[in-house]
Design a protein around this ligand. Sequence first.
Ligand SMILES: *Cc1c(COP(=O)(O)O)cnc(C)c1O
Length: 413
Amino acid sequence: MSDKPSYGFTTTILHGDRQKSIEHGSLHKPIHTSVAFGYKDARDLAAVFQGKQPGYRYGRQGNPTVSALEDKITKMEDGYATICFSTGMAAIGAICQSLLRAGDHVVSSAFLFGNTNSLWQTMGGLGVNVAFVDATDVSNVEAAITPATRIVFVETIANPRTQVADLKRIGELCRARGILYVVDNTMTSPYLFRPKTVGAGLVVNALTKAIAGHGNVLGGALTDTGLYDWNAYPHIVENYKKFPVIQWGMAQIRAKALRDFGGTLGPEAAHHVAIGAETMALRQQRECENAQAVAELLAADERVAAVHYPGLPGHPQHHIAKELFRSYGALLSFELREDIDCFDFLNRMKLAIPASNLGDTRTLVIPVAHTIFYEMGAERRASMGIAESLIRVSIGLEDTEDLLEDFRQALAG
Ligand SMILES: *Cc1c(COP(=O)(O)O)cnc(C)c1O
């Protein structure tokens, strides 16, 4: 359960663990590797299994190191509770496993992380129909809703084309219709934006990206903001209705997805994420400054055909980003002029590394249509606004001038 944060973002994260007693006064929550948890009184073990007493039973369903991280994410999102998973995709998959059934309908932004797009295709084969809409305008979401719509799913800033969803108005729509609003906050991170402020019921964070932040660990999280009334959700299993209503969603997700499908975050990984999280706000500040500078450099260069970054005044959703986000994020993408080969350009870069990840400390670049969005084919790419020459940039912590010089020399070459 979250305490209302009364300190600043970084202070809260740094000192969050100590609000509960930490073993031996350790400043870091220790890495508990034990899979099982023993009880002196067998009745206590039974009480834990029956949900009558808090406690750990088996590592797949929960672990003290992971719980400490879950509390930290809950504080970051100002939420009610959080469950961590082995990856960001496991977190999104958990929604499918625990909350969706054949015959259900989902309205999803068409501008999506490639693997989430692929997951929705898979769900189609399992009888869950997904309508893909341009979520930069709430009216498209509204038009797609059917009586079977259970979930509306959007990303804050879409990867890789940086479209910003009509976050606030979609929240109002979902609230009015009693539909669960799920926001993937990975590209903004809870430092730049809290989806709870626009009415999200569930928030997804790929911990792999900004929160862990060093490209050395995978993880994902689902946070229940406490705003959604689970009474309105038709598929809550009777078993979990013995808890207060606010706990129904998390109880069902923890049992039906984490326990039954087993996408558990390991304690060592949780430790890496927790250490990374301590500096997230500082990294985000630097990365956003760098991203703005690189975006402006590219936008001013005649060899660049288009730049997509919400921090540029010409970005179609700049006004939404400006109103809702603390800054504009570390993700940008751009298209080179047709006569410049994107592979040659990438090979000229000295600092930026061709690699597939986001939110690393180092700047990473990738030719999207030829790699992460290759499998979906040209037609779907075109419908998502992905040009064949599109280069995605995940801005890192390099000194701004060094980064600008790297782009300058690669363009000049
Ligand atoms: C990376 C990413 C994910 C998936 O996270 P993994 O940890 O790689 O599974 C989900 N959503 C978005 C927006 C992402 O960028």
